[in-house]
Design a protein around this ligand. Structure first.
Ligand code: 5AD
Ligand code: SF4
Length: 484
């Protein structure tokens, strides 16, 4: 049994927890029980934010397909539009509000069009109130914990004149047997863990995704085996803190799970994200180093290079501990690629503190970094901290950091020119159907001209040109020294 479930009760829609919602539900069956609802209709899901959200959208698409819906090519074709939202930064939220505002005329012309908002923004009370007051034509608002109830929520929204708000403030059980409509046939995301307990002071995720829950290893492995049987070649294991995987189960840890997944026949590459600098054990490093299928790429968010700021962020490690971990990883995993996340302009960050971040970036030489301007998230601890740095100065810090990282990333790419790398070919490039796109084991994007028969295969490619964010290559017939 899950814990008590609370469902927000806003005027304009009621949804009370019934006993059924407290036990494990078979979502496939639930979706199939209302198939005629979507027959002849089309859906569109707009996804914002992280890979977890991308994967949630695949799950929702899977449920909608079981209800008879088909994907729509555009907003105008759609009978149901869902916004699967991100709450991590304010500008992503503003974008969603802008898009929903622009749909008002369409909704007026087609009142039967269903509009829904889900994902992390839906978990925020202030967002729900804003939607109620500003966009009363939104039909459905549901959260991250009850996404599996989509089929019945759609039915309710169809029947209701008012917005249906259905947001659980706490997670129920981990729900298995969710149908998924995955985008492509080469690589797939697999959830291994939901939620986050870490409460970094800037971050909204623990409030929108709840406490950490791990899927059972046998369920993860069964899903990966199924993917292999369907012809997928690569899986990325997803969680907010994958290296905490299993702590709540007590019988298995992340290194054990990685090794089991790496042994699934047919899966040639295993990736994982996001790992964190705490609890990154030698056992985990050894697993990555010794299992052939596990790619030598670690995404290890550092956020800041200054100890005072790291403490204010509640990150739980120091600059020195981070650097020591980088050393341990590099010593045991030859050729490992390290990427990171960095926040610039956290409340109280001085120019000197920021210099420590630049220093750390120079010292570690990350292969790539995702850099963000601090965004104040109401309800988090950092939102109550004094933040006196002018926005212009913060932007200038971000510019300097990006310049530094771009130079480092480019340097890595230039060193690869003339070398052969192993590429898993994913498909046509986004901008040119005559060009194939794939990734190295270290997750670098490689574009090259070659036969479409290579799609889905591991192929040696010689790098001929380096750009900052991608590489150009040409296929080599015989694989000799392969790196990168
Ligand atoms: N402001 C800016 N960046 C943030 N991140 C998380 N919360 C915030 C915030 N409030 C960044 C962190 C995290 C990444 C996914 O998003 O760097 O690692
Ligand atoms: Fe947010 Fe920190 Fe959890 Fe990552 S570890 S999701 S940054 S609270």
């Amino acid at each position: 049994m899950s814990e008590l479930i609370f469902i927000e009760d806003l005027p304009g829609g009621r949804h009370r927890p019934g006993p059924d919602e407290r036990r494990q539900v078979d979502c496939r069956a639930a979706a199939r029980s209302v198939p005629e609802v979507g027959r002849g209709k089309r859906f569109l899901i707009k996804t914002y934010g992280c890979q977890m959200n991308e994967h949630d959208s695949e799950i929702m698409a899977g449920m909608l397909r079981e209800m008879g819906y088909r994907p729509a090519g555009s907003v105008d074709e759609a009978d149901l539009i869902l916004f699967n939202t991100c709450a991590v930064r304010e500008n992503a939220e503003d974008k969603v509000f802008g898009e929903i505002g622009r749909l008002k005329p369409l909704k007026r012309r087609h009142p039967e069009l269903l509009l829904g908002l889900c994902g992390c923004m839906a978990q925020e009370e202030k967002v729900r109130h804003f939607v109620r007051d500003t966009f009363p034509y939104v039909d459905l608002v549901f959260g991250t914990h009850n996404l599996h109830l989509l089929p019945e929520l759609v039915v309710q929204a169809m029947a209701s004149q008012e917005t249906v708000f259905a947001v659980w403030d706490r997670p129920g059980q981990v729900v298995e047997n969710l149908p998924k409509l995955r985008k492509e046939g080469v690589k797939a995301w697999v959830n291994i863990q939901y939620g986050c307990n870490k409460y970094c002071t800037y971050c909204i995720v623990p409030f929108t995704r709840g406490r950490e829950r791990s899927r059972l290893p046998e369920d993860v492995v069964a899903e990966v085996e199924q993917l292999a049987a369907e012809g997928f070649k690569e899986v990325t294991l997803l969680g907010q803190n994958v290296n905490d995987y299993g702590l709540d189960l007590g019988t298995v840890d992340f290194a054990d799970l990685l090794r089991r997944v790496a042994k699934v026949g047919g899966i040639q590459r295993v990736r994982f994200t996001t790992s964190n600098p705490w609890n990154f054990t030698d056992k985990l490093i050894d697993a990555v180093a010794s299992e052939e299928a596990i790619c030598e790429h670690v995404h290890l968010p550092v956020q800041s290079g200054n100890n005072r700021i790291l403490k204010r962020m509640n990150r739980g490690y120091t600059r020195e501990a981070y650097l020591e971990l980088v050393e341990r990883i590099r010593a045991k995993i030859p050729g490992v690629s390290l990427t990171t996340d960095i926040i610039v302009g956290f409340p109280g960050e001085s120019e000197e503190d920021f210099q420590d971040t630049l220093d750390l970036v120079r010292e570690v030489k990350f292969d790539n970094a995702f850099t963000f301007l601090y965004s104040r998230r109401p309800g988090t601890a950092a939102a109550r901290m004094k933040d006196e740095t002018p926005p212009e100065e913060k932007k200038d810090r971000l510019r300097r950091l990006n310049e530094l990282q771009a130079a480092i990333s480019r340097e890595y790419h230039e060193k690869l020119v003339g070398k052969a790398v192993e590429v898993l070919v994913e498909g046509e490039s986004k901008t040119n159907p005559d060009v194939l796109a794939g990734r190295t084991r270290t997750n670098r994007l490689v574009l090259f001209r070659g036969p479409r028969t290579l799609i889905g295969r591991l192929t040696p490619v010689r790098i001929v040109e380096a750009q900052t964010w991608l590489l150009w290559g040409e296929p080599v017939s015989l694989m000799r020294e392969v790196s990168g």
